[in-house]
Write a protein that binds this ligand. Structure first.
Ligand SMILES: [Zn+2]
Length: 496
């Protein structure tokens, strides 16, 4: 009974040890020591994945910047990538859409269709947008509308295609093993808000000289002092594969706004799609039937982009930079994937809540000034000035109710917890969630279930800058703290 340790014991211990520093692995799992997956794999746990094309017709407006312009080419198709997990009792669907963002009404409609057609509870559909800046809009004609009008044709199409993708993923359900790991790629994330030398931060579009930081400052400028916050280099990975080892899907997340660098008026899914393509190649998962599905969700990148502001910029060919970033992040995900302790079972759970959050309204001064700015006749053929754009936004936000219900979501897959927030979440909130969540690993996905603007922390509100401007930001100063607290409560509830 107490003889020499067996080889099985040694393998069991090996399975408990992290493979490399900085990697977070799952807990003890004797089956994890069997490599490759033994015949006992897939006892009850199932997974299926599918991808829906959501590319709009040419001619629709590309919406990433301040001034939309019509698309005239498709560099690469836009997709809704869908993964369904089934633990034998509960089912969860994870979806990532190649869109800048989508109005909450699009997700509500997708949820209604998915529940009607598959029986999946609405709370268990976790869908988000990547934030590619080279897509047309699923935000609706009036992207600042508090309440949606009727869904437009493209919004209805996206909801329909998300539901189709989930239905097809259900059809593709088959025995699977599940695992998770966290990799790192620190070279591609930079905080984009900078403290600058006194007097060098421009006056904001409201005519106020109150900003202490500048978003996207001039590169290599002698006026730069230091970045106004951290970055999060982690590449979070949740993966499923068949008992014979064939990859089914990888749901990854990285906290990088987007990369950009497209050609002209191209539609493109940005580095998010190139990541998926490269990871599929690294995993040897090409030409499977049904196809392997990789997905890259946007983590907490409200204040993070891909620009090293300490250096002067160098010219890149269209799509070159995007591919370099995608390759590096995919390599980090692949490295993490190879450390996964595969499991035959993992409990699934999800929760969808609404949190009442205050809306920011213009001050009487801001309102009066906006009316003055808009009373001036714009120069014919000149692009609208930032002053004018923000004056319009100021008036629109004045019509919003004082409080709105904000959809928040939490999903559990075994030891993993993922929080969903319908905003461009600042990295500090994501880091705090990771540190405080009872699940390891945990991460937040932005642009989940809707779009309610940037979500700076109260400290960043005090610093000012683009992301805090009224219209770019719509929610009360304390919103990020309230959201974080509620998300942590929600994931704690998934523990039991
Ligand atoms: Zn953005």
């Amino acid at each position: 009974m107490f003889g020499q340790p067996t080889r099985r014991d040694a393998l069991r211990r090996a399975a408990l040890l992290p493979a490399a520093p900085g990697l977070v692995l799952g807990g003890a799992d004797p089956a994890a020591a069997q490599a490759p997956d033994g015949p006992k794999g897939g006892a009850g746990f199932r997974a299926g994945a599918a991808t829906s094309n959501i590319t709009p017709p040419l001619g629709g407006d590309i919406v990433g910047g301040f001034r939309p312009f019509p698309s005239d080419h498709v560099h690469d198709e836009l997709h809704a990538r869908c993964l369904v997990l089934d633990d034998g009792t509960a089912r969860v669907a994870l979806v990532v859409c190649d869109l800048l963002g989508a109005h909450r009404a699009v997700f509500d409609e997708a949820r209604r269709l998915v529940t009607a057609e598959t029986g999946l509870p609405g709370s268990h559909l976790f869908a988000s947008c990547t934030h590619t800046h080279s897509a047309t809009s699923a935000l609706g004609k009036d992207r600042l509308a508090a309440k949606p009008g009727d869904l437009d044709e493209y919004q209805r199409f996206v909801a329909r295609r998300v539901a189709d993708g989930v239905r097809r993923a259900v059809k593709n359900l088959g025995p699977a093993r599940v695992g998770w790991a966290v990799g790192s790629e620190p070279r591609e994330v930079f905080n984009r808000r900078w403290f600058m030398k006194p007097g060098t931060v421009p006056v904001n579009p409201f005519g106020e000289a109150t900003d202490q930081v500048k978003m996207n400052p001039p590169r290599g400028s002698p006026d730069l002092v230091k970045p106004a916050g951290p970055t999060d280099p982690e590449v979070s990975v949740l993966a499923v594969r068949r008992p014979d080892g064939r990859p089914v899907a990888v749901y990854a997340s990285y906290s990088l706004h987007y990369v950009g660098g497209v050609r002209g008026a191209d539609i493109s899914a940005d580095y998010f799609a190139l990541f998926c393509d490269r990871l599929q190649q690294l995993l040897g998962a090409d030409r499977q039937d049904p196809p392997f599905v990789a997905m890259l969700a946007n983590g907490t990148s409200g204040n993070i982009n891909n620009i090293d502001f300490t250096k002067k910029g160098e010219r890149s060919e269209p799509y070159q930079k995007m591919r370099e970033v995608a390759d590096r992040v995919a390599e980090a995900a692949h490295k993490a994937y190879r450390t996964i302790a595969w499991k035959d079972a993992a409990p699934l759970a999800a929760k969808l809540d609404e949190l009442e959050v205050g809306v920011r309204h213009p001050t009487p001064d801001q309102l009066a000034r906006a009316k003055v700015v808009l009373a001036e006749k714009p120069k014919p053929d000149a692009p609208a000035s930032l002053e004018r754009i923000y004056a319009e936004r100021t008036l629109r936000l004045n019509d919003w109710p004082d409080k709105i219900p904000l959809p928040l979501q939490a999903v559990r897959v075994g030891d993993v917890a993922i929080g969903g927030v319908p905003c461009e979440v600042f990295v500090e909130t994501g880091l705090a969630f990771k540190a405080k969540s009872p699940f390891k690993p945990s991460w937040v996905v932005s642009l989940n279930n809707g779009y309610y603007g940037y979500l700076p922390t109260p400290e960043h509100h005090d610093l000012g800058g683009y992301e805090t401007w009224l219209g770019t930001n719509r929610l009360e100063k304390q919103a990020s703290e309230k959201i974080l607290a509620r998300l942590l409560e929600m994931v704690a509830g998934l523990k039991t």
